[in-house]
Ligand binder design. Structure first.
Ligand code: UDP
Ligand code: MG
Length: 138
């Protein structure tokens, strides 16, 4: 069993899409092993997205991630990292395949409704950035 880290981003929480997204996650066979709804500070978002700090969209990204509540999730499944990225769809909703979360719910590249880890090392970092071991119950 592999774990990955997911965020339901502020644009989706704002539009009351938490339930619809969790329903897709569970229907796809993931187990939600940790979950919390919270508001990220700008500093939280900057630390989380530190890998992108030299990118031109860093300021906008960390602003948008701290504009409203998010839902933070740890998901467990076989090959969870790639399975969750497949379920989310391409980063830009314009390129996302039919039936994916980003195709069906995202507004644009900056408001693309969901985050997912991209590799085992980033999943480990991202999970531990927001959850301690006692909060993750398999
Ligand atoms: N993003 C953006 N402009 C870009 C590229 C990315 O606003 O040109 C945002 C987008 O919301 C994306 C996030 O930054 O989800 C992180 O980018 P990454 O390339 O890691 O995409 P992801 O892993 O989220 O698919
Ligand atoms: Mg990424």
């Amino acid at each position: 069993m592999e774990k990955t880290f997911a965020i339901i981003k502020p644009d989706a929480v704002e539009r009351n899409l938490i339930g619809k997204i969790l329903e897709r996650i569970e229907s796809a066979g993931f187990r939600i092993v940790a979950m919390k709804r919270t508001l990220l500070t700008k500093e939280n978002a900057e630390g989380f997205y530190a890998v992108h700090k030299e990118r031109p969209f860093f300021g906008e990204l960390t602003d948008s991630m701290s504009t409203g509540p998010v839902v933070l999730l740890v998901l467990e499944k076989e090959n969870a990292i790639s399975a969750w990225r497949d379920l989310m769809g391409a980063t830009n909703p314009k390129d996302a395949a039919p039936g994916t979360i980003r195709k069906d719910f995202a507004i644009d590249l900056g408001r693309n409704s969901a985050h997912g880890s991209d590799a085992p090392e980033t999943a480990a970092f991202e999970i531990s950035y927001f959850f301690n071991q006692l909060e993750i119950i398999s």
